[in-house]
Design a protein around this ligand. Structure first.
Ligand SMILES: Cc1cc2nc3c(=O)[nH]c(=O)nc-3n(C[C@H](O)[C@H](O)[C@H](O)COP(=O)(O)O)c2cc1C
Length: 221
């Protein structure tokens, strides 16, 4: 598999088999991901992997908070709504296409909450990783974290491992810290569920569209 094939075949996986990925393979992925580039070679990242019983406990704790209606709060707060129109439109379209695949109407608040809850069930994945960086860092280091995320994702695709990045897993950072081993002064940027793909899971048929080249680029020559 080459990079182009890894990129074009990848999608966010929301249905997993329970089988554990061998520990050596997980370590190989994160060991290679260390080679990702970062500004001034700062390598601001830390990745905390949680599997097995601790992950089941974390699922339980996060679902409990979500079910209680607790909104939580992120270590690195999101920009306030409304975002520019085209970004709001894409975000809505993303949610609706996900709900439609699961047979949930837009007006069905309970159905939408049931789907959002799956984030905290880690979509049934046998592993989760939490990506954190020192809280004092800002936007430029967030770029480094994004590069790491994509590097890990593509290395996993190459090894037949599916994954999904989840901002939702940064929503209750204090609960995550109770279980995951995260450096004290770090803030959690996002989580990732990963494992082998359940190819029978209907939710895995969702494919999100992309804007055409003309929309996202300009060329002057
Ligand atoms: C930083 C980041 C955070 C994300 N957070 C979530 C999330 O919390 N829940 C979710 O279901 N998907 C999440 N996603 C997945 C996006 O919705 C998905 O990447 C996008 O819709 C494009 O679809 P694709 O990955 O299948 O190509 C996230 C993706 C990224 C890169």
């Amino acid at each position: 598999m080459d990079v182009t094939e890894a990129l074009t075949s990848r999608y966010s996986v929301r249905g997993y088999l329970p089988d554990q990925v061998p520990d050596e393979l997980i370590r190989e992925v994160f060991d290679l991901a260390r080679l990702a580039q970062s500004g001034t070679n700062s390598q601001p990242w830390h990745i905390a992997v949680v599997s097995g019983e601790p992950l089941d406990e974390l699922r339980r704790l996060l679902c409990e908070r979500f079910d209680s209606g607790d909104q939580g709060g992120r270590d690195f707060p999101r920009p306030a709504d409304p975002l520019p129109d085209e970004l709001m439109d894409r975000r809505r379209a993303c949610g609706y296409s996900y709900y439609a695949t699961m047979g949930v109407e837009r007006a069905d608040r309970e159905g939408r909450a049931r789907i959002a809850r799956k984030n905290y069930e880690m979509f049934g994945a046998p592993h989760a990783a939490f990506f954190s960086m020192p809280r004092v860092l800002g936007l430029s280091s967030a770029v480094d974290m994004g590069i790491l995320l994509q590097t890990v994702t593509l290395l996993m695709v190459e090894r037949g491992i599916g994954s999904i990045a989840q901002g939702a897993l940064a929503q209750y950072p204090d609960t995550v810290r109770e279980v995951a081993d995260i450096p004290e002064t770090n803030g959690i940027m996002y989580g990732m569920s990963f494992g082998y793909i359940d190819t029978e899971a209907h939710i895995n048929t969702v494919r999100m569209p992309r804007e055409p080249l003309e929309t996202i680029t300009s060329f002057v020559s």
